[in-house]
Structure formats: C-alpha cells, structure tokens
Design a protein around this ligand. Sequence first.
Ligand SMILES: Cc1ncc(COP(=O)(O)O)c(C=O)c1O
Length: 365
Amino acid sequence: MTASNKDLFSYRLHGGNIHAAAQRLNCSSSHLLDASASLVPWTPRFSRSFHGSIRDYPDRSYRHLRALIAQQHQLPLALVLPGNGAAELFTWAARDAAATGISSLPAPGFADYSRALACWQGRWLPQSFLLQCAAPFPQSFRSPPACDALWICNPHNPTGQLWSRASLEPLLQRHRLVICDEAFLSLVPDGEQQSLIPLVADHPNLVVIRSLTKLYGIAGLRLGYAIAQPERLKRWAQWRDPWPVNAIASAMAEQLLASPAKYQRWCLRAQRWVAKEGAWMQQKLSQLPGIMPMPSAANFLLIHADHSLVPLREVVEQRHRILLRDCRSFEGLGECWLRIGLQSRRNNRRIIRALKQELDRAPLA
Ligand SMILES: Cc1ncc(COP(=O)(O)O)c(C=O)c1O
C-alpha cells in the first residue's frame, strides 16, 4: 500500500487535535476535556527557568541528555538518540524500513507508521490480527511472506494490550528489521519487564522508540528517543536537521531525568494511576448500555459497540466539550470503536456522566 488522499485527510481523525476541535466548537481549548490524546493528567514542575537555554544553539551531540537516558536504561551512550518526539524518529526508522523492503503493519495499529513510510515511498502491507486479550503476542501472527520489516507497538495502540518480551523475541529471527514503539510502556504497571531495550545490544535489526510526552504530559514540548545500535543511529544523525531537539526541550528533559530515583517515583505514580483509574473506568464503561470495553494495560481504553459510535462521539463533543478518539484512522477499526484516554477521577466521572446521559437520551441503534 502507499499513501492515498484519504490518508492525508485522516489527520482530522488523529487524537490530540484540541486546537481544531476548539475552532470547530468556537470555544477556547481550555474549555475542552481532551480524552482523545493519552497523556498523564498532571505535568511536572520545573525548578528553574529555561530562559538561558535559548541564546545558544543546542549541543549537537546531545551528550548530556543521551547520558541521562542511557543511565535510565543502563545502556552505553552510543545506543541512544533523542528526537523531536517519537514521531520524528518514526520518520528515520521508516527510511531504513523502506530501504529494507516491504513493511508489515499489524492492524489495527497506529497510523503514523504509514505516514512515515510514505515519506520515503516505502511500501507496507497491513496484517490484521485478532483483538484478543491474551498477554503474549499472537503466535498465529505471520507477516505476509514478502515483508522484511515489522512495526510493533507495546503496549499496543489502540487496544492497550501488553505483549510479553518472550512472545516478541522470535519476531527478531523472522524479520530483517523490527521497529518496536514503546511510547506508553513506562506507564504500564510492571511494563518495563517486557521492554525489548535489553535485546538491542545483541540485535542490530532492532530499533526501540520511546516517548517522554505521554509519561510527563508534555506533548507540546516534543521529546522521544530511539535505542538502536550505533551505526544505525549515526546514519540517522547525518540525515536529520542539525538541531532536531530544541534547547528548551533538551534542558527540560535533562532536569526530568537528572535523578533516577525521581524518575522511578514518577513512573510509579503514573502506573498506580493507570491501575486505579483503568479498573474504575472499565467497570463504569461496562455498565453503559451497548458499550463493551476491551481490557487494557495502558492509560487508554478501547470501547466497542454493535452500532456506530460516531454520533455519540459527536454529541459528547458538542454538548459536553469532551473529545474522544475516533478510531476510523486505525486500519481495521471502523465507526463502532472509540478510544478513551484515562483522566483524573473527577474528569473520568465527567466522561461517564456525559456518555450515560447521551445513551439514555438516544440509545445506540
Ligand atoms: C503509539 C504511539 N507512539 C508514538 C506516538 C507519538 O509520540 P510523540 O508525542 O513522542 O511523538 C503516539 C502519539 O499519539 C502514539 O500513540
């Protein structure tokens, strides 16, 4: 497959598009509750101003930031490359994937991988798999025979399923390149144990991509990083803009990652929130008429119905100023699916109240 006009316009359906929604609703974005993006609902406090960071160019090698990320994962510095969000790093991973051959994209899956492949005229084949709820990656999954590269996401977006490392490892033998998106992994209780990062040193065909934007609720800042073998990362560094991570983002990330103990405490807080609010939302959503929530290990929940959920999403947006994730941009999902990002208890209640009120007013049919 290659990009079509429909793919280009599907950005309208991407989550986290709060500014477009505010324009549509003719209100300020601060009046909206955005559950279409999946971020922790609190943000860090910074202990100093970053004004001083803007006069000089950033350090082109990002040595200090890379050292802190490397320390977090107990890796050599050379295996780390920071990026302008995970999204920027998908673009470079896609250049490698396009040169490797055809990519296999498990479907449903995150649409940004095909956006990145389209930048390089890369070709891909969606490979659907059952929306099952078991922890191991489905052993029945086989990339189409022509595929050399595989893109996986752990925990999987949009289902929230956490795959075990043991079930992912065999995929490295079957593909010339495996790109594993772990953007949400640090938010998952006990998720780190399933990370593929410890396998990178022994597998030149593995790239792991992480994001800090979900964990810290700093999507506007744009911060992610890739873990891969140095030859690959050096190649990417030569392709990209000279200063892809701006000095403020870099300085803020350095402060966030300065203390491993503080980072661990932050992750633990996020994971406790996911466990508590995830279970609460599961229970409340399952009590709504006609709504079936999928089990999820992550900070978002996929819900399903036998009828289209588009009218419900629209009315919740218009009447309640709450944004839910339309799932039509996920290959293999259609109108009968929505994704909801977990919020604070107060705002989760607000979401449930709005859904209940609208379902009572107009049951799904
Ligand atoms: C699975 C997944 N990976 C990566 C990203 C992008 O992360 P970043 O904000 O770091 O570019 C998203 C954003 O929605 C996502 O859902």
